[in-house]
Design a protein around this ligand. Structure first.
Ligand SMILES: [Zn+2]
Length: 428
């Protein structure tokens, strides 16, 4: 089952997950290296917030003494304050006045609030038709929130995203890549799969952009990756090169054709609701869905052509892609081993054999979306509804089987793909 594939054939889209698999695990636990990262990100966010989003107030301790300071964050029972001299200082919350303790409690609740905010995000859209094309309408409005050269803090916003960047970008550049973000957002929301997750902070999804790859890596971006979704923080980090942004003279320009598939892939993860990251679904479905969107032909004017995506999906899985765009290179004869094992394997195991598992995750997800039974996605929708009800593992896969045996389901998948020129087998 292990396919020998040369390193050069490994496309950007998987690289982060080959070497940095743990970064995508959505359980809030971080490996040692990521803990270090989370501190960096907190600091990063803290300094961003210090630029106008952060709150300066007069604090009173339990002895009635006052101090003016900026609240950077709350950590381990301490309020991390920035004093007027710029020094950071932890202060035990228990030693603050009752009023201040209450204030911090409210502040913390605000910070962790992760509720979907619009009607579109709370709606379960399982009954909607499958979109044929998703077009972004109009120019995205870009708001320049902060540009501070000294602290290298440049914050821009579009309708749904906040771009925290370490260099100044012209608004036309931001506008250019914001189209891809907003169109991906719209595409994911329009799929009738109730992909309505993701945690907004102050009304936006948080994106961190890095001018150079070195800074991206030192902030925790996995080696060789072109972008990463950090589940525990619900943020996506991307080096600017992955967006096609490059230096030109003293400023930056956007080469729209150069943006990689990694970005839509990671944005899908960011929008995927928590219940979908359960055993029985995490891996084959969560990565399959991300790949499904990423591989769907995208036009830089802001359009996903979903109707014509089947050919691209099969090509991407079986071949190495046209014009060096990458692919899983699995060939047209794929033996996956028993489907049940594939769907129930741990996430670590899933990313351990990434070419086969990502490629097949996408093919099988695509099967359930467009080729299964009446081609209406009915079974996968039942499966997603069951995940939302808290079912997982064997129990949720029983829902997916919907009365079939594993052998029958494998036969159906093999049959559907053989008509597309892919020979699937599921033997040990
Ligand atoms: Zn992924």
């Amino acid at each position: 089952m292990v396919q020998k594939i040369s390193t050069s054939a490994i496309p950007d889209v998987s690289a982060g997950e080959i070497q940095g698999s743990t970064y995508e695990i959505f359980d809030g636990r971080f490996p040692e290296r990521a803990v270090k990262f989370s501190i960096i990100i907190f600091l990063f966010a803290g300094s961003m917030l210090g630029m106008g989003r952060q709150i300066e107030r007069i604090w009173t301790d339990d002895q009635g003494r006052n101090t003016k300071a900026l609240l950077l964050r709350v950590e381990n029972g301490n309020a991390i304050l920035q004093l007027p001299n710029g020094k950071e200082s932890p202060f035990p919350i228990a030693k603050l006045s009752k009023d201040d303790q209450l204030w911090i409690q409210n502040y913390s609740q605000e910070q962790t609030k992760a509720t979907p905010e619009t009607a579109a995000e709370t709606k379960l859209n399982f009954e909607d038709p499958w979109p044929e094309q998703v077009k972004f309408k109009g120019d995205p409005e870009i708001l320049t929130v902060k540009e501070d050269k000294d602290s290298k803090t440049f914050v821009y916003e579009s309708a749904n995203y906040r771009y925290n960047c370490d260099v100044r970008l012209g608004s036309s550049v931001v506008k250019g890549f914001a189209v891809l973000f907003e169109t991906t957002h719209q595409c994911v929301r329009e799929l009738p799969l109730a992909v309505n997750g993701g945690a907004k902070k102050e009304g936006k999804y948080e994106i961190f952009l890095f001018e150079n790859e070195k800074d991206y890596h030192s902030a925790g971006g996995p080696p060789g990756s072109a972008g990463v979704y950090i589940g525990g923080k619900n943020i996506v980090m991307v080096p600017l090169t992955s967006l096609g942004v490059k230096k030109a003279g003293s400023g930056y320009v956007l080469d729209r054709e150069k943006s990689s598939k990694t970005l839509p892939h990671e944005l899908v993860h960011q929008l995927t609701p928590n219940p979908y990251y359960a055993q029985g679904s995490m891996g084959w479905f969560t990565e399959g869905l991300a790949e499904y969107v990423a591989v769907t032909p995208y036009f830089s004017s802001g359009m996903f052509n979903i109707k014509g995506n089947s050919k691209s999906i099969i090509e991407y899985a079986t071949a190495f892609g046209k014009d060096g765009t990458g692919g899983r290179g699995l060939g047209d004869k794929i033996n996956l081993g028993p489907l049940k094992n594939f769907m129930l394997q741990s996430y670590t195991s899933f990313v351990g054999n990434s070419q086969v598992n990502y490629g097949c995750g996408m093919l099988i997800t695509n099967y359930f979306f467009h080729m299964d039974r009446d081609k209406d996605g009915a079974r996968i929708k039942k499966f997603l509804k069951a995940l939302r009800e808290g079912k997982q593992g064997d129990a949720v896969l029983e829902v997916l089987l919907d009365g079939q045996t594993w052998l029958e389901l494998e036969k159906d998948i093999a049959k559907a793909y053989s008509s597309k020129g892919v020979k699937f087998t599921f033997t040990e």
